[in-house]
Design a protein around this ligand. Structure first.
Ligand SMILES: C[S@@+](CC[C@H](N)C(=O)[O-])C[C@H]1O[C@@H](n2cnc3c(N)ncnc32)[C@H](O)[C@@H]1O
Length: 224
């Protein structure tokens, strides 16, 4: 454990893991959520994402959050939902969520979004702030989202559009993850962090029938 203790800062248990797991364990999420690192387009996106998700959730829903980090979305939405459950692989993030004493109807646990040990179903499953664009097994996450929220259009995912590239390049550099390679589908940064972006066509191909909403100038929210 780092001397900062468990939290969305560094978590030494996974800090040597390769790729995105290691980057998150070394505190990437805390830096990403620090407004000082965020270009204006990213700040606008974070605000608009929350507002749009709030608008799309039926009042009193039960919601499961895939890759919940330290739980900020469920906590922000707590007044409008009856149950929130968040799952994330990072012990440090879940410890942070629990330590912050979330509302009693919000629960957080360490687990893998491709194999969530829950049998009940929810009104909605969310996977936000391009979490889906950072996981290696996208189909596995989607399969679990469909299992846990089986109703039509019950899955909400936000992912980066191609227009996000300049803002993400600046944001990642501000966090110490300078971009070293760019392809049609992803940015690869120093430190082994990789983050994908999507065209409408690719998104529809991966998700199947869905409604796409723009979020700010830089992202899509897919209802699928
Ligand atoms: C871009 S961050 C977003 C975190 C949170 N949704 C937020 O917006 O504050 C992606 C999160 O997904 C988590 N994650 C990545 N792969 C995962 C998996 N297979 N199962 C569960 N969580 C995962 C990471 O640990 C990280 O907290």
């Amino acid at each position: 454990m780092s001397d900062r203790g468990p939290g969305i800062g560094p978590d030494d248990r996974h800090a040597t893991a390769p790729g995105n797991d290691g980057a998150y364990a070394r505190g990437l999420l805390a830096r990403a959520l620090d407004p000082a690192t965020q270009p204006g387009a990213i700040r606008d996106f974070l605000r608009e994402e929350l507002a749009l998700v709030r608008r799309l959730l039926p009042p009193g829903s039960s919601v499961v959050d895939f890759g919940c980090g330290a739980g900020r979305h469920l906590v922000d939405l707590a007044d409008g939902i009856r149950l929130g459950v968040g799952v994330d692989t990072q012990h440090g993030s879940i410890a942070e969520a629990v330590r912050a004493r979330p509302p009693r109807h919000c629960h957080f646990f360490v687990g893998d979004a491709t194999a969530v040990p829950i049998a009940r179903t929810f009104d909605r499953a969310v996977c936000l702030t391009n979490t889906w664009g950072t996981v290696s097994d996208k189909r596995g996450v989607l399969r679990e989202m469909r299992r846990l929220a089986p109703s039509d259009r019950a899955r909400l995912l936000t992912v980066w559009a191609e227009t996000s590239i300049p803002a993400r390049r600046a944001w990642y550099a501000n966090m110490g993850y300078r971009v070293i390679a760019e392809t049609d589908a992803e940015l690869r940064a120093e430190g082994g962090f990789t983050s994908e972006h999507f065209t409408e066509e690719r998104l529809r191909g991966l998700l199947g029938p869905c409604e796409l909403h723009r979020v700010g100038d830089v992202a899509y929210l897919a209802e699928c």
